[in-house]
Design a protein around this ligand. Structure first.
Ligand SMILES: Cc1ncc(COP(=O)(O)O)c(C=O)c1O
Length: 394
């Protein structure tokens, strides 16, 4: 026995519960087909929704920025890491989002765990959707505010909680715009109305709506025609934008306070210039390419319709995220493995990423999938459903 034995015990417990995760090494760029475990497989598990991480204009911008500025920022932004590409990108983001200002963080995770503790603290109240992303949950914990969780997208429940919140100093409602594991869209107009009525701030995490929903891909807030300064918008540059980083878009004063107080902004090194330049170029492509969004939604519709006909249970997603719910983690893993054997990578998502008993395949399509790749995926699901879903894996 030594003091580290508990590590092996914990790994064994994860294995036993069907919850042990393993890293896979992908040997190619995240296009419609990737090279994995020695062969080509159709990729249904990427957040590179518009395929921008391999867009020639985006790659050229990253290469040029590397040649000019080198590979790393080599300092935090408040010291020496704030190169000129940050200014360009943040101006572009604020213009895209129709806000006074925007601030880029090194990840979406850092953005959420920075903004929430800035907005609220002890004596304040956070109202958080039960299916919000882990980075929101961690931001709530860090803030030390009281957190109350409302039922998923349940505005009546939210209203009830707010009606009992008079004793708190400030109120913050926080919700994903598009829910990362379910693919459904938060009822923002109703939430916004309730927020206004009860004098609450509203923070929308648009990690999965940005680039995909709204005019020119501006996101979930734009999708509902709610553009403006009263909703604080958080998003990522790591999904549809195909780069890395998170951002907050809102008022000048908010950005000013974040620069001065947000620990996840201050105490970390700036992003590489190539990443900033890539994100900026990708924003331009995103706004000027409605065809990419059309292809994305056409693929999503085709895959969803085909899988439903095959007898799979899909959650009622309206977006590019298509969850096939399978129940226990072992079953989700077995079906993911069976699909991989058929040449399709459809990752199994298990607790704690999703609630217990809702393990699933989280399928995501990309604008850059070909029709043949979507067909290959459908064929694989047809084979697996006959062999595994309805009989031996139930
Ligand atoms: C809803 C949501 N918010 C925030 C994040 C964190 O973003 P990032 O991957 O840029 O850290 C993610 C992605 O993992 C997400 O799905």
């Amino acid at each position: 026995m030594d003091s580290h034995d508990w590590l092996d015990t914990e790994c064994a417990a994860l294995e036993q519960a069907g919850l042990r995760r393993h890293l896979r090494t992908v040997m190619s760029a995240p296009t419609g087909t990737i090279h994995l475990d020695g062969r080509d497989v159709v990729l249904l598990g990427s957040n590179n929704y518009l395929g921008l991480s391999t867009h020639p204009q985006v790659i050229a911008a990253a290469v040029e920025a590397t040649q000019v500025f080198g590979t790393g920022a080599s300092g935090s932004r408040l010291i020496s890491g704030n190169n000129e590409r940050y200014t360009t990108l943040e101006t572009n983001l604020a213009t895209t989002k129709h806000t006074e200002a925007a601030l880029v963080f090194s990840s979406g995770y850092a953005a959420n765990t920075s903004i929430i503790p800035l907005l609220v603290g002890e004596g304040d109240l956070i109202l958080s959707d039960t299916l919000n992303h882990a980075s929101i949950i961690d931001g709530c914990r860090l803030s030390r505010a009281t957190t109350q969780v409302y039922q998923h997208c349940d505005v009546e429940h939210l209203k009830t909680l707010l009606s009992e919140s008079a004793a708190f100093r400030r109120r913050l409602i926080v919700t994903d715009g598009v829910f990362s594991m379910d693919g459904d869209i938060a009822p923002l107009p109703d939430i916004y109305e309730v927020a206004t009525r009860y004098d609450a701030m509203l923070l929308v995490d648009d990690a999965h709506g940005f680039g995909v929903l709204g005019r020119d891909g501006r996101g979930t807030v734009s999708h509902f025609g709610l553009d403006g300064e009263s909703i604080i918008q958080m998003g990522t540059l790591s999904k549809a934008i195909g780069a890395l980083g998170g951002y907050i878009a809102g008022r000048h004063a908010l950005v000013e306070l974040l620069i001065n107080k947000a620990r996840g902004f201050i105490f970390t090194t700036g992003l590489p210039p190539a990443t900033l330049a890539a994100a900026n170029a990708a924003l331009d492509v995103m706004r000027s390419s409605p065809d990419l969004r059309q292809r994305l939604f056409s693929h999503a519709k085709r895959l969803k319709t085909a899988l439903t006909h095959l007898g799979y249970t899909l959650l009622p997603s309206e977006t590019q995220i298509l969850p096939v719910v399978l129940g226990n983690p072992q079953r989700a893993t077995r079906i993911a493995d069976a699909l991989l054997a058929e040449g399709v990578f459809a990752p199994a998502i298990r607790p704690p990423a999703v609630p217990p008993d809702t393990s699933r395949l989280r399928l995501t399509v990309m604008a850059t999938h070909t029709e043949a790749e979507i067909q290959q995926a459908i064929d694989a699901f047809a084979t697996v459903s006959q062999d595994s879903v309805s009989s031996s894996y139930s």
